[in-house]
Design a protein around this ligand. Structure first.
Ligand code: NDP
Length: 330
């Protein structure tokens, strides 16, 4: 049966303007990196998209390689769109990316025009769309001239295959240059997608200033550090968690004793605030308004509900911020 969409879906979500653009993004966005591939129960993935959209999450983030196997998250998302959201495409911001290894040989990786254009063509076929809203270059390419990669993004917009373009994982100096080139081509950079959380703060050393100066938005990926900044690992490694899975991206060696101590101390502050740790971690990423949206992942519906409830308390006292800094510096 197709889904009856919640008519109140815009009542409680908050939206933030993305840099100096016409686009507003929900403060919480949903990424499909894990738990939307063919190894996951389709009905669970479908239920998570339904829950998200019903809560006002209008932005869904994909990449060519999300799965496993690579490409399957786009196929499954396309199937969900067709089954449940046929009439809602225009209420969604759907993104995809290319930049990591996708197919064998010299044309299925990094940042050539050949790779970006053909990869997006493949993504559009998999999702079943005429265009994506945002197309990203997924990571910097040390060998392809930045002019070529940026002109590929510009071409893709002119072809009508993407409405906006973004950069991901670009350090401050390369982001600045890429933004300059895109401006000169007449296709401004909408957004940068960096990793950012209490445990990963590199963007505070330069990148955030560049984005602010240039009027480019930002969407923080892995704001929960893959699940570390939740109550998931407060007492061990539970079955079904990312660490317990065979994902190479979060492994038990990252759960050091010092880390667990930090997580417990942060959890105490969250409890004092009347929040779950996941909610405090997301509110922290969104503090000061420098980040447009927090891009979460989820393995179950309740995790999306937890994330959305962050909006009930986004404020921090100076004392809370100081306490958090003290814990993070230990
Ligand atoms: P998060 O840091 O939000 O981690 C998500 C994981 O945390 C979930 O899968 C779940 O793991 C756990 N979790 C979430 N909510 C809760 C909760 N309420 N209670 C307990 N555990 C919870 O983000 P991801 O690392 O998943 O990345 C998010 C998105 O960012 C991706 O889907 C992708 O779109 C994007 N991304 C982009 C990259 C890039 O290079 N541009 C790289 C990586 C991600 P569990 O399985 O344990 O339940």
């Amino acid at each position: 049966m197709s889904h009856f969409v919640n008519p109140q879906r815009y009542d409680s979500m908050q939206y933030t303007r993305c840099g100096r653009s016409g686009i507003q993004l929900p403060k919480i966005s949903l990424g499909l990196w894990h738990n939307f591939g063919d190894v996951t129960l389709y009905e669970n993935s479908r239920e998570m998209i339904r829950t998200a959209f019903d809560a006002g999450i209008t932005h869904f983030d994909l990449a060519n390689n999300y799965g496993p196997p690579p490409g399957s998250a786009e196929i499954n998302f396309g199937r969900i769109l067709k089954q449940d959201f046929q009439h809602y495409r225009d209420e969604m911001i759907i993104s995809s990316k290319a930049g990591y290894t996708m197919w064998p040989g010299p044309y299925g990786d990094f940042g050539s025009k050949k790779y970006l254009v053909s990869s997006l063509d493949q993504s559009l076929k998999r999702i079943g769309l005429d265009y994506v809203d945002i197309f990203y270059h997924h990571r910097p390419d040390p060998d392809t001239p930045l002019e070529e990669t940026m002109s590929a993004l510009d071409l893709i917009v002119r072809q009508g295959k993407a409405l906006y373009v973004g950069l991901s994982n670009y350090p401050a100096d390369q982001a600045k240059e890429a933004i300059r080139i895109l401006n000169s081509l007449g296709t401004p950079c909408l957004i940068h997608q960096p990793k950012y959380s209490m445990f990963e703060r590199w963007i505070e050393n330069g990148l955030q200033d560049v984005l602010q100066e240039e009027g480019v938005g930002s969407i923080a990926f892995s704001p929960l550090a893959g699940g570390l900044l939740t109550d998931r690992y407060l007492s061990g490694i539970p079955e079904g968690s990312r660490i317990a899975s065979d994902s190479p991206f979060l492994t038990s060696d990252q759960l050091t004793e010092a880390r667990v101590t930090q997580i417990r101390q942060l959890n105490e502050i969250a409890q004092r605030r009347g929040q779950k740790l996941v909610q405090m971690a997301l509110a922290w990423v969104l503090r000061e308004g420098k980040v447009t949206s927090a891009l979460i992942g989820a393995s179950k519906v309740s995790q999306i509900e937890d994330a959305v409830a962050t909006l009930n308390n986004l404020e921090f006292s100076q004392q809370e911020l100081n306490e958090i800094e003290a814990i993070l510096s230990r």
